[in-house]
Ligand binder design. Sequence first.
Ligand code: MG
Ligand code: MG
Length: 258
Amino acid sequence: MAGAFRLKRPDEIEKMRASGKILGACLAHLASEVRPGITTLDLDREADTFIRDHGCIPGFLGYQDFPNSLCVSVNDEIVHGIPGARVIENGDLVSLDCGLILDGWWADSGLSVACGDPSAEVARLIDVTREALDRGIAAARPGNHIGDIGHAVQTYAEAEGYSLVREYVGHGIGRNMHEAPQVPNYGQPGTGNELKPGYVLAIEPMVNAGGAQVRVLADEWTVVTADGRISCYFEHTVAITDHGPEVLTLRPSHAAVA
Ligand code: MG
Ligand code: MG
């Protein structure tokens, strides 16, 4: 983890609200752009332009030498897909992960959308993964522990017949994209850090239709399912407040979360 854990002050959370709001709007825009014939690089260019037009820095560009401003992962690709010439086709499951920095404060969020007319399998995996994130967010309240978040995600998604990726996890976020603590998408209730107001966490379930095993492609970034079956991902940056979880990266069309 690049950054040590520290509780955020209310004025710092206020700044993260501002970065999160822009990222929520960016992802809503990108989701509306997913259509047959668009390339993954087209989506990256849209993201980069949107971020800069709103006075922010594309956080992913150059992060650990990542070459673009958006991760685009299609079908059996789980996360960290590099944008390029790939053309999105009708029925594809498209996962978009984006990060930006406003006045030094990070926001990190993502979503999956079906292009055009999805199969029932794709549609159900998207619904379950979105709901898994909402359940994880609902567990992110003062007095609960990190393990309660993963437990909520895991028990729901596994009961639906899916598996959770374990090699990649959520994280604290603030001045750095990746801060302590890690936020796994599995866990036991009451384990790990106790959550207090001032925690800001990126919660990001990656749900596989088949087995949990993953591998990384020769580009050293793109993570795919080992069995070639589809995978889905959603992520929000969430502040823990006295009143419970507050989603900082809400998208305009996604007004209510758990
Ligand atoms: Mg992300
Ligand atoms: Mg993240």
